[in-house]
Design a protein around this ligand. Structure first.
Ligand code: PMT
Length: 407
């Protein structure tokens, strides 16, 4: 994964079509346009009619050094603004800010302005940077639209949490221009297909162990770390099967996802997929214990304490470790104390080629967040990485996987 500067360096000479919709965050589009231009990109701007109320076409034309496109044709001379040729011209169509309204129209194929017709005819990668009020962002309709777009390959630059124009605080603030520019630069960085021809499995997310039809035992894994790894391996050309516990995350482009709930289901899916795989990365947080009996009906509460008898689940990683032969097996260790010793013991017991240790004692590491702080441990030594985004951690793991196959 390219760092921020390396990523924006890859913008030089690239053609970015910047779509601006009617949000107060449109003022940040000016800075974004400037960053893209400074990085050497050629920028053309298409705006919705409402976007003009938030930032003037004059500002954007001056910054982009190109006339702004809003209407299907120029009313002065009737010249046609071809959405097809705009879509063909661009190396990337970046819609920032993208309102809930525009996202909904994109998801359903509405084409009532130039920005949307261009989206429907664009053949290049499309990136959206949502910007809206926190409740609009969290609304199931918006979330469903984002999932639909992600499934179709649209890349989403997640909004940040913070103070919103409404005065409320929450998630919905458009990502900062430098983060968006780096995201696009990274997307346009040609990844060498160094893992082409390799079939890899990634397990991700939490398993869910039913107690009764209503309750279950699970953990805090969001799936973010495993999904980042799956996406990175696929971007490097591997054929990736992602065996995933329940999560709301979009499937990374080019990845095949198998949905599972319990540790038993994950075991069966992983053992089956491993038969034809060249390796596996075990990132899932798998329950070590599951209720010995699952009640068919909701357990009623009584006056006293309730005891649930648990039995051990099967260890998926250890099973693959026993079967692996010369194939690759990467493990994770999530620890809270005596970290290195526990991780090294798992490296041996489960027959991993290397293990990725993360500790809940490190701020910004482990569950749910977008960052992680890991130490990569193999039989020759340890490499402690600084706090990085999960995407960057995934890239460092992918580098090691490449080295394994290059032996
Ligand atoms: O999903 P996120 O919110 O992004 O969080 C990421 C993470 C913290 C879940 C991830 O970075 C991580 O540490 N995953 C492994 C968590 C874990 O369960 O570790 P463990 O030390 O209990 O297990 C050791 C290894 O054995 C792991 O590779 C695990 O996937 C595997 N295992 C464990 C039990 C079991 N029954 N089967 C297994 O395959």
């Amino acid at each position: 994964m390219a760092s921020g500067n390396a990523a924006t360096a890859s913008l030089a000479g690239r053609r970015i079509l910047l779509g601006i919709t009617g949000s107060i965050a449109a003022y940040k589009a000016a800075m974004l346009c400037r960053l893209l231009k400074t990085a050497g990109a050629e920028v053309r701007v298409v705006m919705t009619p409402l976007a003009k109320q938030f930032i003037t076409p004059l500002t954007m034309a001056t910054l982009s050094k190109n006339p702004i496109l809003v209407e299907f044709f120029d009313p002065e001379n009737g010249a046609w603004n071809s959405h097809v040729s705009l879509g063909e011209w661009a190396d990337c169509y970046l819609i920032a800010p993208a309102t809930a309204n525009t996202l909904a129209k994109m998801a359903t194929g509405v084409a009532d302005n130039l920005l949307l017709t261009t989206y429907l005819s664009a053949r290049c990668p499309v990136v959206v940077a949502p910007a809206m009020d926190l409740d609009m962002y969290a609304h199931p309709a918006t979330q469903q639209n984002l999932r639909t777009l992600a499934k179709r390959g649209v890349r989403i630059v997640e909004p940040a949490e913070g103070e919103l124009a409404s005065g409320l605080t929450g998630k919905g603030r458009m990502a900062e221009p430098d983060a968006i520019a780096a995201f696009v630069g990274d997307l346009l960085t040609e990844k060498k297909k160094t893992l082409a021809g390799r079939r890899l499995i990634v397990t991700a997310g939490a398993t869910i162990e039913a107690i009764d039809p209503v309750r279950f035992i699970s953990n805090h894994s969001s799936g973010k770390m495993g999904y980042a790894i799956a996406g990175e391996l696929a971007a490097r050309g591997a054929e990736v099967t992602l065996i995933s516990g329940r999560t709301a995350l979009p499937v990374p482009p080019g990845v095949e996802r198998v949905d599972v709930l319990s540790a038993e289901e994950m075991y069966n899916a992983a053992v089956r997929a491993f038969e034809r795989a060249d390796g596996a990365v075990m990132c899932a947080a798998v329950a070590d214990y599951t209720p010995a009996e699952v009640s068919d009906t909701k357990l009623k509460k009584g006056d006293g304490e309730l005891f649930i008898r648990l039995r051990r689940t099967r260890d998926i990683a250890a099973e693959l470790g026993a079967r692996k032969g010369g194939r690759l097996l990467v493990g994770f260790a999530l620890e809270t104390d005596d970290e290195e010793a526990h991780a090294e013991s798992k490296l041996e017991r489960k027959n991993f080629d290397f293990i990725v240790l993360n500790s809940l004692r490190d701020a910004g590491a482990g569950f749910r967040g977008d960052t992680n702080k890991v130490t990569l441990i193999d039989r020759t030594g340890r490499e402690a990485l600084p706090l990085l985004s999960k995407r960057e951690v995934a890239a460092r793991i992918a580098d090691r996987i490449e080295a394994f196959f290059a032996r």
